[in-house]
Design a protein around this ligand. Structure first.
Ligand code: AMP
Length: 552
């Protein structure tokens, strides 16, 4: 507060103080949009459908069942599930009844999963029957879980330790009332939690509030956000266990957009079939998913004409991918940046009005503009705040009503500075507010004292027609201390050697940035959420597992 205002009386508004809540979003989706919007769950052969009214009724029945199992107050209810209608009902039932939804990332290592479920003190876990073999291994280590609800399949397939009861989802919901008297909650109370992937230290819990979810959903629907509206059918490829599925489920209920859920069918072939048959207007996933879809389509064309826009984020989107979608299929790729800690929508790359031609690509390839709800600043090595001049490079820090201000039960002073979240992402911001990230702080390559952007090199190598994927890491070098090494995955049936790829890069990057270390790998190592896993590549390099070509 400025000195001028200290001690001054505050004049309050005459507005009502209605809490922003997930129950309100549920009422809107299952009421006014209850008949017109639907959730479609892929089954492998086809689809099963539920109207939003039906999802609302099932959410009420689930809430009654959870109450009967003793879920009260802010107890945590975990989900160990794919993207499907049952998961969607849990997304609404658990927070709306006042408990806290904890989406467990099924792809974390078992010891990390046990750590997060124990750390969050999950009382109940809903598990998809197709994931029971995986869950079975964890269950004996889960210290606070008292009830497991098996969704689909046979509950008898799960062997429970003493003190844990197993229930079948359908029989548990059977005969329960189809309405629930959703309590009026404090909008700042916890609604849901998600742990970050924790590539180095233990995973950290991000706890979203009703207020943050509500405001974030509005941002997803804004025209300059993801522009979701009642006219949309949204294909949510991004898992519901990762960063609240980029806000799609809640936003879709807010405006009455339909949802298409792939369940466990996340490979290019079923995704393409889903798109051709269910005709989504928008879709969201990490770049590696779209690379796979593109390759599949090259070999086996399908009708993609329903898609107006595909949101790509979670990792830098190679411009070659954007151009291929636009040129071959007339689908616009929208690049977006965010983190689990940012709910996750941070910035969205829609070029300013009037920008056309080649200049458009500069904007579209950037991470985009931060909206009013996300304030950003760049901070240099010496903790100085840097200008938005399109040149000064520093770490991006953000703050706002849907940005984490702390981790759950874990002081991590490294990640927060004076109320700002330190993103660990490095780049610059243009005077008109577009963020361009050059690297993760820990992935930055420093060669002879000069920075080299690994992301920039990756994008340029991936523009070669024979290259499916390219990862760049810094490797030790006697003369320059560190030099870039490129790990290349070639497209099926395509050939290119290190010399040819380096030649392709010359003219695109400064001579001193041209990589001399190259390796060809059958598959790029990926994290639990499908991003390039550079830590694993570094380890493979350090362990001498890679066959490296050294060009002189
Ligand atoms: P997670 O919390 O697992 O979703 O990871 C968040 C991190 O993913 C960010 O801090 C970035 O490093 C990275 N990321 C997300 N979106 C982008 C993007 N569009 N471009 C580059 N990196 C991104």
């Amino acid at each position: 507060m400025s000195d001028q205002h200290k001690g001054a009386q505050i004049m309050f508004s005459t507005m009502q103080d209605a809490p922003l809540s997930i129950a309100r979003i549920l009422q809107q989706g299952s009421g006014p949009h209850g008949a017109s919007a639907e959730v479609v769950t892929w089954t492998g052969e086809g689809a099963r459908r539920s109207s939003y009214a039906e999802v609302g009724r099932r959410a009420a029945r689930l809430a009654h069942a959870l109450r009967d199992l003793g879920v009260t107050g802010d107890q945590r209810v975990g989900t160990f599930m794919w993207n499907n209608a049952e998961h969607l009902a849990a997304y609404f039932a658990v927070p709306s009844m006042g408990a806290v939804l904890h989406t467990l990332n099924i792809r974390l290592f078992p010891d990390q999963l046990c750590y997060v479920a124990n750390h969050a003190e999950d009382q109940v876990v809903l598990v998809d029957s197709t994931l029971l073999p995986l869950f079975q291994k964890l269950l004996p280590e889960l210290r606070t879980v008292r009830h497991v609800i098996v969704v689909g399949g046979d509950k008898a397939a799960l062997e429970a330790p003493t003190g844990v009861e197993v229930h079948g989802h359908e029989e548990l919901l059977d005969g329960r009332p189809e309405e629930f008297d959703w309590p009026e909650l404090d909008e700042r109370s916890a609604a849901a939690m998600c742990y970050t992937s924790g590539t180095t230290a233990s995973p950290k819990g991000v706890v979203y509030s009703h207020r943050s979810v509500y405001l974030h959903s509005m941002q997803v629907c804004m025209t300059d956000g993801m522009a979701m509206s009642q006219a949309d059918r949204s294909l949510a490829v991004v898992p519901m266990f990762h960063a609240m599925s980029w806000g799609l489920p809640y936003a879709a209920f807010m405006v009455g957009a339909s949802l298409i859920m792939p369940d466990r069918f996340l490979q290019p072939e079923p995704l393409v079939k889903m798109i051709a048959e269910e005709r989504p207007t928008m879709a969201a996933a990490v770049p590696t998913i779209w690379q796979g879809v593109l390759q599949y389509l090259d070999a086996d064309p399908h009708d993609m004409s329903s898609l107006r826009e595909v949101v790509v984020g979670g990792a830098a989107c190679p411009p070659s991918l954007m151009k291929a979608f636009e040129e071959k299929y007339d689908i616009s790729v929208l690049h977006a940046w965010g983190m689990t800690e940012t709910s996750p929508l941070g910035s969205v790359a829609r070029p300013p009005v009037g920008i056309t031609g080649e200049q458009r690509w500069t904007y579209r390839a950037s991470q985009g503009r931060l909206p009013a709800g996300v304030q950003g600043r760049l901070v240099g090595d010496d903790a100085r705040v840097l200008p938005w001049d399109g040149k000064s490079v520093g770490e991006l820090e953000v703050r706002g009503p849907w940005i984490a201000g702390a981790y759950y039960g874990d002081d991590d002073p490294e990640k927060f500075r004076d109320g700002w979240l330190r993103t660990g992402d490095v780049g610059f911001i243009t005077p008109d507010g577009f963020v361009r990230l050059t690297d993760r702080a820990k992935d930055v390559i420093k060669s002879g004292g000069e920075w080299i952007s690994s992301v920039d090199l990756e994008n340029k190598v991936m523009a070669h027609p024979a290259v499916a994927e390219a990862m760049v890491i810094g490797v030790p070098d006697e003369k320059w201390s560190e030099r870039p090494m490129v790990a290349v995955v070639l497209r099926e049936g395509q050939q290119a050697d290190a010399a040819e790829l380096r030649e392709f890069l010359s003219g695109e990057v400064a001579r001193w940035q041209l990589p001399e270390y190259w390796t060809f790998i059958p598959e790029a190592p990926k994290t639990s959420v499908g991003k390039f896993d550079k830590k694993r590549l570094r380890r493979q390099h350090a362990d001498g597992e890679l066959d490296i070509t050294h060009l002189t």
